[in-house]
Design a protein. Structure first.
Ligand SMILES: [Fe+2]
Length: 233
């Protein structure tokens, strides 16, 4: 296909916990969304600006402090509050995560754009589908970035990592929900989908769903019972 892609996409390592933030948008519209703005909000916004892109919103994978800012292990992590101080943009969050996000970051309900699973945020020729994938937290969401005629990209937060999945032993975690999110939602994505996780916990920073379906043991559990015993739940 000769037509050039409209996709603007950047993966950005941030902070001290191997987090990966993302800038996703439309080149033709010169607009983008920032996924999980934390640790280095100025750095992310400056990058978008240097690329000639206007940040028009934030996509929140889940409310943990290393993804959205807040107090953690005695550290004060900058996040969505700093983003809002620099630019008033909507924070796109799943409806099951809104209260947690408010509690952890101190933002207001009016700052949020509260979503159901399956909602789509569109920018130019780019559609970002918000997939509700509970398990790590009740309102965890993954972002399936689609452009007609091209393989999609999945930004998977702390739900799916390369070779592993997110923890399910934290407050609000649900191992059974994680099984259904992995098997009922993410495993159904096309093999050619590119996978971009929320942490760099592996030598490579991206993979494909085909590779993960083949090699990731957490996607290969043959039943809920097997998965739960695997997770020690
Ligand atoms: Fe997390």
């Amino acid at each position: 296909m000769s037509e050039e892609s409209d996709l603007y996409f950047g993966q950005h390592p941030v902070g001290q916990m191997a987090n990966l933030a993302y800038l996703v948008g439309s080149i033709s519209q010169r607009k983008c969304l920032v996924v999980d703005p934390a640790w280095s909000v100025d750095g992310l916004l400056d990058q978008a600006e240097a690329d000639g892109m206007e940040v028009v919103g934030a996509l929140v994978t889940h409310y943990h402090q290393d993804h959205v800012g807040g107090s953690l292990f005695g550290m004060s992590i900058e996040g969505v509050d700093k983003l809002l101080a620099r630019k008033a943009v909507p924070l796109h969050v799943n409806k099951h995560e809104a209260d947690g996000l408010i509690q952890v970051t101190g933002v207001s309900k009016s700052d949020l754009s509260i979503h159901e699973g399956g909602d789509v945020v569109e920018l130019g020729g780019i559609a970002v589908r918000l997939l509700h994938t509970p398990g790590h937290t009740p309102g965890s969401q993954c972002f399936f970035v689609e452009e007609a005629g091209r393989p999609g990209s999945l930004v998977s937060g702390d739900t799916l990592f390369l070779g592993s999945c997110g923890r399910v032993d934290l407050p609000g975690s649900d191992p059974e929900a994680m099984y259904h999110s992995l098997n009922g939602v993410l495993k159904r994505l096309p093999d050619e989908t590119l996978l971009f996780p929320g942490h760099l916990y592996s030598p490579e920073s991206q993979s494909t769903m085909e590779e993960q379906k083949r090699s990731n043991p957490f996607l290969r559990a043959s039943s809920l019972e097997t998965f739960l015993s695997f997770m020690g739940a």
